[in-house]
Design a protein around this ligand. Sequence first.
Ligand SMILES: [Fe+2]
Length: 319
Amino acid sequence: MLDVANIASKVSALPKLGLGVGLRNEHFNHILSEKPKVDWFEAISENFMDSGGRPGWVIRQIAEHYPVVLHGVSMSIGSTDPINETYLHRLKLLADDVQAQWVSDHLCWTGVLSVNSHDLLPLPLNQETLDHVIARVHHVQEVLKRPLILENPSTYASFQNSDIPEPQFLRALSDATGCGLLLDVNNVYVSCFNDGIDPLSYLEAFPFDRVVQMHLAGHTNCGSYLLDTHDKPVTRAVWELFRLAWQSTNCASTLLEWDGDVPDFRDLHLEVLKAREFMQGEFDARQLHQQQSVEPHSGVSNPLDFIVHEVRGHSRIGS
Ligand SMILES: [Fe+2]
């Protein structure tokens, strides 16, 4: 097992990259031909790790000009299925190949019994889960030969047997493994709204000293719940959470995620550059509670469907 203190010191030494954007295939040609002045890119690991074709060629070209971070959606660190060793080895190969600044994924599970939900599903946050995830993070870091950075997910349900608040769970996980954290302030806002938690209380308890990276994104207000859609500008409330958190993270590298109705690259970049306005100034609590417009939304699967219909009775740690 890798030395935890050594992993933690590697996390502390990771660079401050500035303001980056998610690498999306709609922008490949623009980035390669124009070489826009962007601090860094985050690439979805799974979109590149199995590709020897154009995506593989593109990310290698981009990695020659920009810092690249790998962000995964399939590690399923909380599942009771065995960790997919083939996936881990392919991920390591890609990370080595593009000299990834770091590799991240989510505190979640994506499936069980070899069924992939293609959703980032919530975990029951208790000691049993913590022990389970700690052992798996140790293994992942051993294989990747680098720290793992884990993100707080957006959630739409919580478990009756959860008894450790998420910020404390992430702190304990980081203490035990040395892993770093990715603080997604949009996910904080979405999850807290959906679970009836005060986002300020959440942030007060968050282990900012472990944060390597932050995420910004837009969400959709569906009335009784918020959906993490990544298809519109960051809301003012989320910008205020960013203002509150960013300085506490000691200026962590910050990235805008945008996955639906992806705008022109220049507009996308301008959206993340708005962060400069919120890296200073007084936190405005009134903006946190502003009324948002409610939009009818369809076409996004409801994660609850999977939880209720596919998982009940099968998950050892969720039962
Ligand atoms: Fe995120």
